[in-house]
Ligand binder design. Structure first.
Ligand code: SF4
Length: 471
């Protein structure tokens, strides 16, 4: 039966496509306007990063609208992090290409760099997972959400890294963003869900011919994307510079499921599997859990008793500088070496248990779809991206809600919204799993594979739910 699409709907769809293509072109051609916005963000970022550590700690009565330290804390952890994460799912990595201060600084410095070729150690594929894990753990060790000097060390350290790498390697490139940024792979994974991307038409790309006598056509893609073979949007910073290039690149809409179902299988990636299972679902969840965890308290008590029994008192008393373990006696907030060691052990164990548990469910689902295949396993793990992203967004937005509450603004609708988002994200992950499974098997195998996948998804959702509701 022929489907009928009303004329008005066809017209509005093509208007939308034309509007998006024009927007992509505009972004690519108005680099000056983009640069003005980028430098405004850089200035605000540096001010919020550098000034608060120079000020005294806020009084009890201080508010986010009257105290710069609290305003910076709210800007970084209440708005910036959760909503940058959300923007990845809505607009792809537009934040990276247009607004990120580290990306802007790294690319600007790179224009005057020493221009060295990127060495092999930088391109090691494990960096995104290692850097994300280390910064997550270190952030908890120094209480990065609470203290401005801790934010300066962690965020500032990353910014200095971006500038130094930009100074030495590449020319007009973002080598830091491509290979070393601690959140680059997390952003790339989430951007796969975005309904917008720069679509490359392979036929137009290959059949394009340079106009006679024209200048050699090239695009300086700062994050080093191979534009001609780009199928997904994980590495693209959505800067628009290649929009219209060779008549083949267009900002276009797509189904939010498209990349994960149809593209991720041919670009399977063990590092992304580690980031999703152990990084986002494991370590990031643990970083939000430990402060209210009875297991963490019990582990500390057990360790303390064992040390006392063995007359080893120094780990219970010794402290470290604030840039190693939280140390603010004025705020009655001090971590002993024992506190710090148990914290690190808790985070690592939490990440391992969640990663292995949830990954185990996906592994069984993979096996039930046919003979064992690592590529299929990595593809199935991609189905967890909506749940992983939603969990981290909800975890980060806890800080938003807490800070607003401390300032007398109470969001009563939050509990219902959290439950709706978590259930919706789990359902989305299951739907993606069902679609991916359908590529590899049909009938009973496909249905059977959904059972272990559903157990894995439920376990991951329960970990996040236990953060907000006692289960
Ligand atoms: S492929 Fe490169 S140049 Fe094109 S939009 Fe993405 S980041 Fe920009």
């Amino acid at each position: 039966m022929r489907s009928f699409t009303p004329k008005w709907r066809r017209a509005s769809a093509s208007d939308l496509d034309a509007g998006l293509a024009a927007l992509g072109d505009w972004l690519g051609r108005h680099r000056r306007a983009v640069a003005v916005v980028q430098w405004a963000v850089v200035l605000i970022y540096l001010a919020l990063l550098i000034v608060p550590p120079l000020l005294p700690m806020p009084e009890q009565t201080a508010r986010i609208w009257s105290n710069l330290t609290l305003a910076a804390q709210f800007a970084f952890w209440g708005i910036w992090w959760p909503f940058v994460l959300l923007s990845m799912v809505l607009f792809g990595r537009l934040w990276c290409g247009v607004l990120c201060p580290e990306g802007s600084l790294s690319e600007t410095i790179s224009a005057r760099s020493r221009g060295y070729a990127v060495p092999g150690w930088i391109t090691w594929k494990g960096w995104p997972f290692v850097a994300f894990s280390l910064t997550t753990i270190y952030g908890q060790m120094i209480s990065v959400y609470q203290y401005p000097q801790a934010a300066l060390v962690l965020l500032g350290g990353s910014t200095v890294g971006a500038v130094v790498i930009g100074w030495f390697y590449g020319r007009n490139k973002r080598v830091w963003c491509r290979y070393l940024c601690p959140v680059s792979r997390v952003f790339g994974v989430l951007a796969k869900l975005a309904p917008l991307h720069y679509r490359v038409d392979l036929n137009s790309w290959q059949s394009w011919q340079k106009p006679r006598g024209g200048a050699p056509a090239r695009v300086d893609c700062a994050p080093l994307v191979a534009i001609g073979t780009m199928k997904g949007s994980a590495a693209c910073h959505m800067c628009g510079r290649c929009s219209g290039f060779r008549g083949a690149v267009t900002l276009a809409r797509r189904s939010p499921n498209h990349e994960i179902v149809n593209v991720a299988g041919s670009e399977t990636n063990a590092v992304e599997t580690l980031v999703i299972l152990f990084g986002l679902l494991g370590l990031a969840a643990g970083a939000f859990h430990w402060g209210s965890s009875s297991i963490y308290i019990a582990a500390k008590q057990f360790s303390a008793e064992w040390l006392i029994e063995h007359r080893l008192m120094w780990p219970l008393e010794a402290t470290a500088p604030w840039w190693i373990f939280t140390n603010y006696p004025d705020q009655s907030d001090v971590m002993t070496l024992l506190d710090g060691a148990v914290l690190i052990g808790y985070l690592l164990l939490f990440a391992a248990l969640v990663g292995i548990g949830v990954g185990g469910g996906v592994a069984v689902a993979t096996r039930w779809l046919g003979a064992w295949s690592p590529a299929r396993f990595h593809h199935m793990v991609q189905s967890l991206i909506p749940l992983a992203g939603c969990g981290v967004f909800l975890g980060l937005s806890m800080t938003t809600v807490t800070l607003l509450g401390q300032n007398g603004i109470f969001l009563d609708f939050v509990a219902g919204l959290r439950a709706t988002m978590l259930i919706g994200a789990a359902a989305w992950s299951l739907w993606l799993g069902w679609r991916i499974a359908g590529i590899y098997a049909g009938g009973r195998r496909r249905v059977a594979a959904m059972l272990p996948l559903a157990i894995g998804v439920t376990a991951a959702a329960a970990v996040w739910a236990s953060l907000f509701w006692r289960l």
